[in-house]
Design a protein around this ligand. Structure first.
Ligand code: SF4
Length: 432
């Protein structure tokens, strides 16, 4: 099957309008209050098993996705979600730091500002495109890796730096920041449903997304309890794994589970002893619980066959990449496996992005997946190619040198390209 070019898609797998992809319809769910009880997560997993193909995901933006629905099972799943008492976010996406109001390291709780923007933007329903989004970052768990049309970052109590599109930042008091954010959203809506903030005058500068690591492990909360951040391998698992996580959270006395950036969930309200037991249960379930896990440094989209735009089975190749690069993952680099140039799993530039195109895999250094260009390594060569690249890099690393510095000194794309150009030799030597 020829993959569907990502640029033709233009739709988001939202709650009311699931999107058709390789393994059926995909439905995205963001709880409007940003949290699920363990019982709600268990119920959602059961619904995913009954009405979808049982696969669930947490996205880079911290949304939950249920895969493999049929047109006739979308309605029953939506009914099941309502019966669980989950209120999905409908309309404008306004993302707030997941521990806002609970995080002792935050600068300002973003929830009041987010609520003001949501209320003020109600009249724009239907006028803004489905991808228009607002990010309100109060500090603590970072949202700096997420794309946003309107971004507000706390610079002090009640003070926010407002950025529209890729324009310059302006620091404003909270009420003024809300009014200016709403003015920007109105201006985007006035340009039509296809418009984004970068279409506004003066807002089309260079994108400035940051590389952000996933929030993993223990985090103290302002109420004296603990939070614990974790992820499923590459953000995906089957309904049984999600149900087992819900059981473990309930047994640990967790108050709720919060979908969070970089494909993670954060359990809150844990005591110290319960957090240790919970972490051990998660590790036994194969979850990523610490930044030192090589999988924590790698983002991978679903890829083939689940996504209709995919050129390669990105998620299935993830463990291969993790094993090859494990000795080089020192916390200074991020890796991205994207099955096409859209780069869903990691919109920000990655240190190395392995990108499916033309039936193979191209390499980008310090850039987004959209920067991929030939030459590509054939998919069948991927395990040997990444092993060879990692071995070459490791052999040339100077004592004490970080992997980021090593990559800046060498030319990983050139090494990859050289491998591609030498492929005939490889094939010849294998035949011999
Ligand atoms: S990046 Fe991956 S999940 Fe996104 S459209 Fe491309 S193949 Fe599909």
């Amino acid at each position: 099957m020829t993959p569907i070019p990502p640029t033709r898609r233009g739709a988001c797998p939202a709650f009311l309008a699931p999107m058709e992809t390789g393994d059926g319809l995909i439905l995205r769910l963001v709880p409007s209050d940003g949290r699920l009880s363990p019982a709600q997560l268990r119920g959602l997993a059961d619904a995913a098993r009954r009405f979808g193909n049982g696969m669930m995901e947490v996205t880079a933006r911290g949304s939950l996705q249920v895969r493999g629905l049929a047109p006739e099972t979308v309605g029953p799943l939506q009914v099941a979600v309502a019966a669980l008492g989950i209120t999905p976010r409908i309309g404008l996406a306004v993302d707030v730091s997941p521990l806002g109001g609970l995080d002792p390291s935050e600068v300002s709780d973003g929830h009041p500002l987010a609520a003001a923007i949501l209320a003020g933007a109600e009249h724009l329903a239907g006028q803004l495109g489905p991808k228009v989004s607002v990010v309100v970052e109060g500090g603590g768990v970072s949202l700096a890796g997420q794309k946003a049309d309107v971004r507000l970052v706390a610079t002090g109590p009640g003070q926010w730096a407002l950025t529209v599109g890729n324009g310059p930042a302006r620091v404003l008091p909270e009420a003024e920041a809300a009014a200016e954010a709403l003015a920007a959203l109105s201006a985007i809506a006035a340009l039509g449903r296809a418009a984004r903030a970068t279409d506004l005058p003066g807002c089309d500068g260079r994108a400035r997304l940051a590389e952000v690591g996933p929030p993993l492990g223990l985090m103290p909360l302002a109420d004296g309890t603990l939070a614990f951040g974790f992820g499923l391998p590459f953000g995906a698992g089957d309904a049984g794994q999600f149900a087992a996580i819900a059981d473990a959270a309930e047994a640990a006395g967790a108050r709720d589970l919060r979908p969070a950036p970089e494909r993670t969930l954060i359990a809150t309200g844990l005591s110290e002893g319960a957090a240790d037991t919970f972490a051990a249960r998660l590790a036994a379930l194969g979850c990523v619980t610490a930044p030192g896990d090589p999988r924590a440094s790698i983002a991978a989209c679903a890829g083939a066959p689940a996504c209709a735009s995919a050129h390669v089975p990105a998620r299935a190749l993830g463990p291969v990449l993790a094993e090859a690069f494990a000795p080089l993952l020192d916390g200074t680099v991020s890796l991205h496996l994207s099955a096409c140039t859209k780069g869903c799993a990691h919109p920000a530039p990655a240190t190395l992005a392995f990108v499916g195109m033309d039936g193979g895999v191209a390499l980008v250094h310090d850039g987004p997946a959209s920067g991929a260009a030939r030459p590509v390594r054939p998919e069948a060569d991927f395990p040997a190619a990444v092993a060879s690249l990692a071995a070459t890099l490791a052999a040339r690393r100077a004592p004490g040198e970080t992997t980021r510095a090593l990559l800046a000194r060498l030319d990983p794309v050139g090494l990859w390209a050289g491998a591609a150009m030498n492929r005939t030799d490889d094939v010849t030597s294998r035949a011999e």
